[in-house]
Design a protein around this ligand. Structure first.
Ligand SMILES: COC(=O)C(/C=C/C1=C(C)CCCC1(C)C)=C/O[C@H]1C=C(C)C(=O)O1
Ligand code: AKG
Ligand code: FE2
Length: 360
């Protein structure tokens, strides 16, 4: 069962940001304006020494030891990397980008046939809004559960553009294969058997979220997407070809922009892998910012274990030096917790943390 909350939620009036952009109001509505005073600083775009690691999947698949080592370092030190030679046909990558863009460019009335009801995560709209005074993201989102079939809501799969459904099916199949392959080498990089995650996950849950960020007259005042870590095991993020730079990850006390690389996909470790690895590989907080003149599109796949499974740190990764940092829980429970709370940095994972004086 997909975790769909049924709380009576009052979220107030929510402006559609693409419509707002068209109307060009003199000022940005108050509900989008954030207090950035305490926000960490941003590294300048040109500082290449702080680029996230790049992993070549074709080398990993030959079990190239150096590449496995690079993967380990990427997961330990960044929680993010870009993957080259990912094996997904570039036409498939291009097609999903086109249908996503075509969907967002439809008239509002058409998109509103697939509404994201307040407090739920599937459909078109603003996600993770639970109160009238919560700040809103400068972003339109369209999210769908994909696998297993029981999490799908077929009424939310759009009939326009006509090739949307078929394209999403093909894309999702390819991304699923990629996730399985990446998890195999992530296991190898931890010194574990390659099939450990595949065996443990059961029929994995897969969901897609398309994010469209129109330009904003005051990017300094708003956020495209609130800071959060992903609840998944692994996330695959495709940045639109002509999109502005917008994704930023928190490294230490600094937001580091992720420079799009042509034909690469961005991969990040989600909360579930953080728990399974007892914090050796961490899910890293990230956010998206907007641009004054340019729009941005991202297509994000969340890949996670079946809701049925119980999980906690793997015994191989717990010892005297690395005491157990997370409790055991049911993944369905965590999914429910995740989707019924606003995006709040890494706070959502407190659900699983064993609080100790030394834990961070
Ligand atoms: C920012 O994260 C999300 O939007 C998100 C939502 C995923 C989901 C759907 C869009 C529909 C089906 C349910 C599901 C919760 C998977 C993140 O997904 C993460 C969060 C958890 C937990 C997870 O398993 O994937
Ligand atoms: O648009 C982006 O780059 C970030 C998207 C993201 O983090 C998410 O959808 O979870
Ligand atoms: Fe994310």
């Amino acid at each position: 069962m997909a975790p769909v909350p049924s709380l009576p939620i009052k979220v107030g009036h929510i402006d559609d940001v693409q419509e707002l952009r068209k109307a060009k109001p003199a000022t940005v509505p108050e509900r989008f304006i954030r207090d950035m005073a305490d926000s960490p600083k941003v590294v300048p775009n040109l500082s290449s020494s702080l680029d996230i690691p790049i992993i070549d999947l074709s080398k990993l698949m030959k079990t190239d030891k150096d590449e496995v080592m690079q993967l380990k370092t990427a997961c330990e030190e960044w929680g993010f990397f870009q993957v080259l030679n990912h094996g997904i046909d570039l036409n498939v990558v291009e097609d999903i980008e086109n249908v996503a863009k075509d969907f967002f460019m439809l008239p509002l009335q058409e998109k509103q046939k697939y509404p994201m009801a307040p407090g739920t995560v599937q459909g078109y709209g603003q996600a993770f809004v639970f109160s009238e005074n919560q700040k809103l993201d400068w972003c339109n989102k369209f999210a769908l559960g994909v696998e297993p079939p029981c999490i799908r809501n077929p009424k939310l799969w759009p009939s326009k553009p006509v090739n949307f459904r078929e394209t999403l099916e093909i894309y999702s199949r390819e991304v699923r294969k990629l996730c399985k392959t990446l998890l195999k080498y992530i296991a190898v990089s931890l010194g574990l058997k390659g099939d450990v995650f595949e065996e443990m996950f059961g029929v994995a849950v897969q969901a897609v979220r398309m994010n469209y960020y129109p330009p904003c007259s005051r990017p300094d005042l708003v956020l495209g997407l609130s800071p959060h870590s992903d609840g998944s095991a692994l996330t695959v993020l495709q940045q639109g070809k002509d999109s502005s730079v917008g994704l930023q990850i928190l490294k230490g006390q600094t937001w580091v922009p992720v420079q799009p690389i042509p034909n690469a996909l961005v991969i990040n470790i989600g909360d579930t892998l953080e728990v399974l690895t007892n914090g050796k590989y961490k899910s890293v907080e990230h956010r998206a910012v907007t641009h004054k003149e340019r729009d941005r599109l991202s297509i994000v796949t969340f890949y996670a274990p079946s809701y049925d499974i119980e999980l906690g740190p793997m015994a191989e990764l717990v010892d005297e030096k690395n005491p157990c940092r997370y409790r055991r829980y049911n993944h369905g429970e965590y999914s429910k917790h995740y989707v019924t709370n606003k995006l709040q940095g890494k706070r959502t994972l407190d659900f699983a943390k064993i609080q100790s004086k030394t834990s961070n």
